[in-house]
Design a protein around this ligand. Structure first.
Ligand code: FE2
Ligand code: FE2
Length: 278
């Protein structure tokens, strides 16, 4: 296979290195896995590589939105760094997938980014909604997702990779919270009305991307992929214990979001019956 062309650069967080700390050279826990489990883990981590790469595209949108909004310089800079961070995440996940496969895997096929339409929002509000949807929601829940994976992981390579990913995603979440804290209360009140539909869509995507697997085994948990049920519970819990309190702190109404979470945060159908709750 020809060498993989990496997209991250020396201007990134770690000056051109893929990780802060080197990944372990050897992982004897991987050697103990069956060929079947190795294959499954390679696929799981390669799917993650594709998703991470798509988030890099999303941060191009976020960086443009924050620039148009004349957000604080450090927030704009952090959103620019995040593009490179996500290039590293994609490559890190591909490297981990290759270690499970036992040979170099090519980068996965690119996933197409579908930017939310936010029909009815002004261009200004739409920019802030992009930032809130990606950073306040998706990056905060990504942090919880990775924490959940870490809690169950014991394999040295998986633990090391998950820690690297988590240390960036925390910063990416901060972009959203810092920006939301900087806009006016009127804008926050406008955004509050969008939080339930956005949280619903975010959780629905997460569930789609971490589908229930009746053949899940402990081996997958050890190497960074806990059962989907555990992940889904953690994500719903994150909405209740992180997102809602954060929004309340910023004086935003969360009644409809809380009512939906209280009723089980279902994603089978749009939560229209909760939209009017105040
Ligand atoms: Fe990422
Ligand atoms: Fe991220």
């Amino acid at each position: 296979m020809p060498p993989v062309e990496v997209e991250y650069t020396e201007h990134g967080r770690w000056g051109g290195r893929l990780t802060n700390r080197p990944l372990p050279d050897r992982d004897s826990e991987i050697d103990k896995l069956s060929a079947h489990d190795r294959d499954r883990l390679a696929k799981i981590w390669l799917t993650r590589a594709a998703m991470e790469r798509r988030v890099a595209d999303s941060f191009e949108v976020i960086h443009s939105a924050l620039t148009r909004q004349r957000a604080a310089t450090d927030i704009i800079e952090l959103s620019y760094r995040a593009i490179d961070d996500e290039y590293r995440h994609a490559e890190l996940s591909r490297v981990v997938a290759s270690r499970f496969a036992g040979h170099e895997l090519p980068p996965p096929e690119r996933l197409v980014l579908e930017t939310p339409k936010h029909t009815g929002a002004s261009p200004d509000l739409r920019d802030t909604l992009f930032v809130v949807g990606q950073c306040v929601l998706n990056e905060t829940t990504a942090g919880v997702y990775l924490e959940t994976c870490l809690t169950h992981a014991t394999g040295p390579l998986a633990v090391s990779a998950l820690r690297e990913l988590l240390s960036d995603e925390i910063d990416h979440g901060r972009i959203g919270w810092a920006h939301l804290a900087s806009v006016s209360q009127d804008v926050r009140n406008d955004i509050a009305r969008w939080m339930l539909p956005m949280a619903y869509l975010n959780l629905r995507i997460w569930k789609y991307e971490t589908a229930l697997d009746p053949n899940h085994t402990e081996a997958l948990s050890k190497h960074g992929a806990p059962p989907a049920e555990t992940i889904h519970d953690a994500l719903a819990n994150a909405l209740a214990s992180l997102i809602v309190p954060g929004l309340k702190q910023l004086g935003m109404s969360t009644a409809s979001l809380e009512a939906w979470i209280e009723a089980g945060a279902g994603t089978d159908k749009p939560p229209v019956e909760f939209l009017g709750v105040s």
